[in-house]
Design a protein around this ligand. Structure first.
Ligand code: PLP
Length: 427
């Protein structure tokens, strides 16, 4: 049995009996609690395999794998499922999941005036061109295990479509993973979504719904249509932890890979700068590094710096308001800390302009535990990071993908050794 627990209200969900996505109390409304489901207890001393596919290598760290084993499936059944998806991903996207490279980029460090090491984890050649597919592969493996083990939560699952609200890397990742699993996907996008993204989504067989703003309606119309689809039975296949807590887990593989590499090299960076939009990436890293630390892979925790742009910084606003407040109180008074950004933001790093940081709480927990903070960057810094990344490395990352580096430019005194993630390719 694998239990999930809401970090806000404490509700528990047996992941084999009911989909462990959204907290069952979150729809009740009016309680001002931050409802997010997360696995209740982590695997004790999980082993690391010798495979190069992170979903095999770190399988013992993943709750879908634990669910598979506790439901009577053999280790080889997991290997078969991951292997089938890997073959399909390779056919569709030219690659499956493999541990991605990380290196100390000396010329880049020198160019931005850093005296010490600058570790850059390169996600631009990950499945679908960004880290996002990791989140969705974790969710897909859970769905496949529910089917394979014939668990109650998996009943009639194939009759339900997958749904996501996004017009960028998350949508592309969802479409690639859904196609690999031959699972129909609905993508809710705004009218001005990028033509090339739309074309690729269609090529991958996703059903696109263009969401116009309706008069008198507040909030993101794509997200509202997505919520309606989920209310009518669609499976939430997005990366926002509030709608799908399990999405965070797959993203943790990124932290495990980094921790293992730091352990191999015999170092721990002083600081990790992460670009934050909806918050799933930073939340997965905070949780993953904490787990790696608890299991002896890291001797200390790098300080977590969450980077947002001046145009849209709801997490930085929350962080300021959190001063002097304990997190158990904050989780029960969500509206004091997190609400949608009031103005329509613009930035070169447009992938991190989510008007809410959905996963704000566990990022705050990670920043507190490690002694980090938020960093707000201006457009000059966003642009400088993008240019420096292109000029001084051979990684072709987008401005969103290099936005963590903009945080380093803003706060170079954060440590002698610094780590960042180039999280998405330039399209
Ligand atoms: C390349 C890239 N990096 C980082 C992020 C931020 O991730 P999150 O929304 O989980 O904070 C995004 C989000 O779209 C992205 O596309």
């Amino acid at each position: 049995m694998v239990m999930f627990r809401c970090h806000g209200c404490g509700a528990e969900v047996d992941a084999g009996v009911r989909l462990a996505f959204r907290c069952p109390n979150s729809s009740l409304g009016g309680d001002d609690v931050d409802h997010v489901l997360a696995v209740k207890s982590e695997a004790p001393s999980p082993s690391i395999g010798n495979e190069t596919d992170p979903f095999l290598r770190y399988r013992a760290w993943l709750s879908p794998y634990r669910l598979a084993r506790s439901s009577g499936l053999a280790d080889s059944a997991w290997g078969d499922l991951v292997g089938q998806l890997d073959q399909a991903l390779t056919a569709i996207d030219g690659r499956g999941f493999r541990v991605t490279p990380m290196a100390d980029q000396r010329p880049l460090a020198e160019a931005i005036g850093l005296p010490g090491a600058l570790w850059v984890k390169d996600e631009t050649h990950n499945v679908s061109g960004s880290h996002k597919a990791r989140h969705l592969m974790g969710v897909m493996l859970y769905l496949r295990i529910l089917e394979a083990a014939r668990l109650p939560a998996g009943e009639n699952l194939r009759a339900r479509r997958l749904a996501i609200a996004s017009c960028g890397n998350a949508a592309l990742a969802a479409a690639v993973v859904a196609r690999a699993a031959e699972w129909p996907l609905d993508v809710f996008i705004p009218p001005d979504a990028d033509m090339s993204v739309k074309a690729r989504l269609k090529e991958l067989g996703a059903q696109i719904t263009i969401c116009d703003r309706r008069s008198g309606e507040a909030g993101d119309p794509c997200y509202l249509r997505f919520r309606e689809a989920v209310a009518s039975g669609a499976i939430p296949f997005g990366v926002q932890g509030t709608d799908n807590g399990l999405a965070i887990e797959g993203g943790r593989t990124l932290a495990f890979e980094m921790a293992e590499e730091f352990s191999r090299v015999g170092t721990v960076p002083d600081a990790l700068f992460v670009q934050v939009g909806g918050g799933a990436l930073a939340s997965a890293l905070a949780q993953g590094l904490a787990l790696a630390h608890a299991n002896g892979l890291l001797s200390s925790l790098p300080k977590l710096f969450a980077v947002q742009t001046a145009g849209c910084a709801p997490l930085a606003r929350a962080w300021e308001r959190l001063s002097g407040v304990d997190l158990p109180t904050a989780v029960r008074t969500r509206s004091q800390f997190m609400w949608p950004w009031e103005t329509t933001p613009v930035s070169l790093a447009h992938g991190i302009l989510d008007d809410e940081t959905y996963d704000w709480w566990s990022i705050a927990e990670g920043m507190r535990a490690s002694g980090g903070s938020t960093v707000v960057v201006d457009e000059t810094q966003v642009s400088a990071a993008h240019k420096a990344g292109r000029l001084h490395t051979d990684i072709v990352a987008s401005a969103t993908g290099t936005a963590g580096l903009a945080g380093v430019i803003a706060k170079p005194e954060a440590g002698k050794q610094i780590a960042v993630i180039f999280s998405g390719i330039e399209r």
